[in-house]
Design a protein around this ligand. Structure first.
Ligand SMILES: [Zn+2]
Length: 417
């Protein structure tokens, strides 16, 4: 019981970045003053709470304001993209202190990727921003993470990774708790913590990059479905006769608007004789197409608008099914900004039911390249706030593979903000 109460008080202190007094802790938790006082002493002895300034007296002894010690530990979050890995150092507020990334063929080179992740983590551990001990490692993967087969990436989407136990290997190498989740879920968690989802309890984040995926936040908690794979919007059908998809189906949203598809469509148009600044480039990337669009290139603008139209079908279906307050678009295509949003909002307005559109915003994520990795770091933070024993023993002896398994999220209730 005492550890549950300690968790309640630590979460209250964490949620008040301006600090909180013992009297406020007692009032907000419903615990007695003596219980609060005893637990606060424990938490201060563990350096999880520190005493800050003294607030002005409202009659009687002026209260000491307690602060959650966000510098007690640091967290490393790692994003695995299709062709790069990125790592952040976050403090215990979830704020990003450092970010770096490196290009690598993640999809086809598991051994090289694991080596590169290990090296990036070693760099992070030596950084001055890494204050205190490493609390844990969060990793965002470009694959659904099925709670029924944790620590396995989808063999259908990433066949080279079929035999790799990623979290277990990283735990073995680094010796701290490792949490793994799908990249779009991590993106949604980052939006809830520091991005465009801070002020809404229900929203959906859609990552549009090489892959396309969605993460749902429902009542400030991630919604993962029965086995943890909710949100695979990239493999919903937008055109039954459309382009073949790497999942084996045809006309999936990802097959129409993933980076590879947009680049392919650009190359096809150029080969067919379309005049475009893109024809001058030796090799094409999505970033080139987005940049050309911003420079007014007609072909690039058309390709982005077409992607917006396809995405709109997915978003309209999502609005009608889930009724989120906001849809946040992230990933590399989000850099197209209004070139994407204009057509997207128009078609969504035509297709979704009047009420679900009327009240829903569709916006571009305000967070940059480090977002997914920062979201991975919040997996560690949320688990530790739900179970304070993570702070007392960040080094576990047995591998702890903790992904989107429901039990990790049940105990917390610390609210997503
Ligand atoms: Zn597919």
């Amino acid at each position: 019981m005492r550890s549950h109460n300690a968790s309640v008080l630590a979460n209250l202190a964490w949620s008040r970045s301006e600090g909180i007094s013992r009297a406020e802790l007692a009032r907000d938790s419903g615990l007695s003053a003596s219980t609060v006082s005893a637990i606060v002493s424990d938490l201060m002895a563990a350096n999880l709470l520190t005493s800050g300034h003294v607030a002005p007296s409202k009659g009687g002894r002026p209260p000491v304001i307690l602060q959650f010690n966000t510098q007690r530990n640091y967290i490393v979050g790692v994003e695995m993209g299709a062709s790069h890995i990125g790592a952040v150092i976050c403090d215990l507020r979830g704020d990003i202190r450092w970010y770096d990334e490196t290009e690598i063929d993640v999809s086809d080179d598991p051994a090289g990727t694991l080596r590169a992740i290990g090296e990036l983590i070693e760099v992070a551990r030596r950084r001055p921003e890494a204050s205190g001990d490493l609390l844990g490692l969060g990793i965002a993967v470009p694959s659904p993470v099925d709670a029924l087969t944790p620590d396995r990436l989808s063999p259908r989407l990433l066949p080279a990774w079929a035999e790799v136990r990623l979290a277990a290997q990283l735990h073995h190498r680094i010796g701290v708790r490792v949490f793994m989740d799908n990249d779009a879920n991590c993106g949604a968690l980052a939006e809830a913590q520091i991005g465009a989802g801070v002020d809404v309890p229900d929203f959906t984040y859609i990552k549009v990059a090489t892959g396309v995926g969605a993460g749902h936040i429902v009542q400030r908690q991630p919604y993962r479905g029965f086995s943890g794979i909710a949100g695979e919007i990239g493999h919903t059908t937008v055109d039954p006769n459309g382009r073949p998809c790497r999942c084996g189906l045809r006309g999936c949203l990802e097959a129409e608007i993933g980076s590879g598809a947009i680049v392919e469509k650009a190359s096809e148009a150029i080969a067919a004789g379309r005049v475009s600044a893109l024809a001058e480039l030796p090799s094409l990337t999505l970033a080139d197409i987005v940049a050309a669009g911003h420079d007014g290139d007609t072909l690039a603008i058309e390709l982005i608008a077409e992607a917006g139209n396809h995405l709109a079908v997915g978003v309209a279906n999502l609005l009608n099914l889930m009724n989120p307050a906001r849809v946040i678009i992230g990933g590399r295509l989000a850099a197209a900004g209004d070139l994407l949003l204009g057509p997207l909002r128009h078609i969504v307005g035509v297709r979704a039911l009047w009420t679900s559109v009327e009240r829903a915003d569709v916006v571009i994520s305000p967070l940059g390249d480090s977002q997914i990795a920062a979201g991975a770091a919040t997996l560690v933070l949320r688990a530790a706030l739900a179970d304070l024993s993570h702070f007392w023993a960040s080094e576990t002896s047995a591998p702890q593979v903790a992904g989107p398994v429901a039990r990790i999220w049940k105990a917390g209730g610390q609210g997503g903000a």
